[in-house]
Design a binder for this molecule. Structure first.
Ligand code: AMP
Length: 204
């Protein structure tokens, strides 16, 4: 199964992604992780990406798309993958659709983690105090939130029109949210796909 995970900062994406890949036995493709690795290795791509990451901005599409396309050609990914933090722009989504369609393995499902902005801000604040990620300081986090609503949220409509979007209520305990995610996955595994363009995306 090929799944895209979309959600604002502090929506619990990282925690739930780990559970989903263990549950389905699929690969995990996190562009945030790949970019942090490239950065640590000091590669030219890593150095270019760093300046955007530190400002809480998106790394240019061409860099990220190139990185993902390389990974897609590794055999493990075609058997199933969770795309975490990618795509984040419409151009990235189109590029992913093109790559997957040329491989003959279209996306199955897009999971949107949704939570009230107030809840997210409280979680972000807590995380900024507890974690040491360079891009988790309050200013960068709030920039990442703005970037999410401006550049990534429009993707939801793109996938809704493809009939692939399932919106998950991401408020509650980690277990509660994971149960909702499993329901959406299992509904997609069993059921006929939702007709493209249908008004009602699946809501868990
Ligand atoms: P994440 O760990 O997914 O929150 O990503 C951390 C940072 O890496 C983001 O704030 C962006 O600067 C960059 N990044 C990760 N994924 C992408 C992407 N798909 N497109 C552009 N920038 C990205």
């Amino acid at each position: 199964m090929l799944i895209v995970f979309i959600g604002p900062p502090a929506s619990g994406k990282g925690t739930q992604a780990k559970r989903v890949i263990a549950y389905l036995g699929i690969a995990h493709l996190s562009t945030g992780d790949l970019l942090r690795e490239a950065r640590q290795d000091g590669s030219p791509l890593g150095r270019q990406a760093a300046q955007y990451m530190d400002r809480g901005e998106l790394v240019p599409d061409s860099l990220v798309i190139g990185l993902v396309n390389q990974k897609l050609h590794e055999p493990g990914f075609r058997r199933g993958a969770l795309f975490d933090g990618f795509p984040r722009t419409i151009d990235q989504a189109r590029a992913l659709d093109e790559s997957l369609s040329s491989l003959g393995t279209p996306l199955d499902l897009v999971l949107e983690l949704q939570a009230d902005e107030k809840v997210l801000k409280a979680r972000m604040h807590k995380r900024a105090l507890e974690e040491s990620r360079v891009d988790d300081n309050p200013q960068t986090l709030s920039q990442r939130m703005t970037v999410y609503y401006e550049q990534t949220a429009p993707l939801l409509e793109y996938y809704r029109q493809q009939g692939k979007l399932a919106t998950i209520n991401a408020m509650g305990t980690t277990d509660e949210v994971f149960e909702r995610i499993k329901k959406a996955i299992n509904a997609r595994r069993k059921g006929p796909s939702v007709a493209a363009g249908s008004a009602g995306a699946i809501k868990q």
